[in-house]
Design a binder for this molecule. Structure first.
Ligand SMILES: *Cc1c(COP(=O)(O)O)cnc(C)c1O
Ligand code: SF4
Length: 320
């Protein structure tokens, strides 16, 4: 992660793109800095400004333009924040903001404006969140999210998971991560040991938006997770000009299956300030999904959902 690219010029040079062709990006970079790993850049096509992986991390001038309806906390997560680092919106499961760091900065991220400084507890501060979970016997599942939870050290994860496993009514550990795609080298034998040595049932939800992300290095990392008996699911965000065509979504589902991952959710964009250029309308999303549904076996069709700020679950969008 120390070697990741943070300077747009370095990224453009690496991809053989003409820097002079780019407008001034300082405003967008100030809002949300550029971050991308070499492993992710290696999957991009050189010389192509419209590469679907590049577009996910490329700062754009539109980000700083006024965007009515696009706000800082579109999911009202801060209304469901009973302890530092803990978000409890849905019955039976809670989300721990395990780390503020990511190995990539996805420009559409709904937490791009999240106040991590108030929600990034050091190890001792987990006590409040863990006490809350212990006091709520209906919580069966703890989701490590972020940022990217795997951006922390093995030792940190080991201690945190150990403390979660000590709460008897928690049965399932879920990890939301992009690292198998953006930094597959993170999936080491030591990490696999940390993720499997406790008594909890482990699910990993990766976040892959395009089949090009699933190169051999990522496929190998995913295989080692599967071999360690970790259930693998994928969530995708529907993104304008990146994956908003049925054939791209169909290819993604097939490639996920080849690498041992089941499609889970296809999210329509959360309306976060700075991300309006990625928006695809609900009607377009539904039409796309009807095509996907007509082409794939049912088990490869992700659920098209929207997250409503105060709903009791993600809201499925009807297809028929
Ligand atoms: C998405 C999400 C979950 C998990 O929801 P599932 O439908 O179980 O995948 C939990 N908590 C929060 C705050 C979420 O946004
Ligand atoms: S939290 Fe996920 S979507 Fe957001 S920047 Fe990090 S990796 Fe990307």
């Amino acid at each position: 992660m120390q070697q990741m690219i943070r300077d747009p010029e370095q990224l453009f040079k690496r991809l053989g793109l003409d820097i002079a062709a780019r407008p001034e990006l300082t405003g967008a970079l100030k809002q949300f800095p550029l971050r991308v790993t070499e492993a992710f850049v290696a999957k991009m096509q050189t010389g192509n400004w419209n590469d679907p992986l590049l577009l996910q991390v490329l700062p754009q001038t539109q980000e700083t333009e006024p965007q009515p309806d696009f706000i800082d906390d579109p999911l009202a997560e801060l209304d469901a924040n009973p302890a530092p680092g803990l978000i409890h919106k849905y019955h039976g499961r809670v989300l721990l903001i395990t780390s503020s760091a990511c190995a990539v900065h996805c420009r559409y991220c709904f937490r791009r404006n999240f106040p991590y400084s108030d929600n990034n507890p050091s190890q001792k501060d987990w006590q409040q969140a863990l006490d809350y979970i212990a006091e709520h016997p209906e919580i069966h599942e703890v989701i490590l999210s972020g940022g990217d939870p795997l951006a922390t050290s093995d030792d940190y994860l080991d201690k945190l998971i150990g403390r979660i496993a000590n709460i008897p009514h928690v049965a399932t550990l879920r990890i939301h991560t992009r690292l198998p795609l953006v930094l597959p080298a993170r999936i080491t034998p030591d990490l696999l040991n940390v993720l499997t040595k406790h008594r909890l049932h482990t699910v990993m939800v990766i976040h892959c938006n395009h089949a090009n992300e699933l190169d051999n290095a990522s496929a190998d990392a995913l295989k080692s997770l599967r071999d360690a008996n970790i259930h693998l699911l994928n969530q995708t965000v529907l993104l304008k000009d990146i994956n908003d065509r049925a054939e791209i979504l169909i290819k993604l589902s097939r490639r996920l299956f080849e690498t041992g991952v089941m499609p889970y959710y296809l999210h329509v964009l959360d309306k976060v300030r700075g991300a309006s250029h990625f928006d695809v309308s609900e009607a377009t999303a539904q039409a796309l999904m009807r095509e996907v549904l007509a082409s794939l076996p049912g088990y490869l069709v992700p659920r098209l959902v929207r997250e409503d700020p105060h709903a009791s679950s993600k809201r499925p969008l009807a297809l028929l």
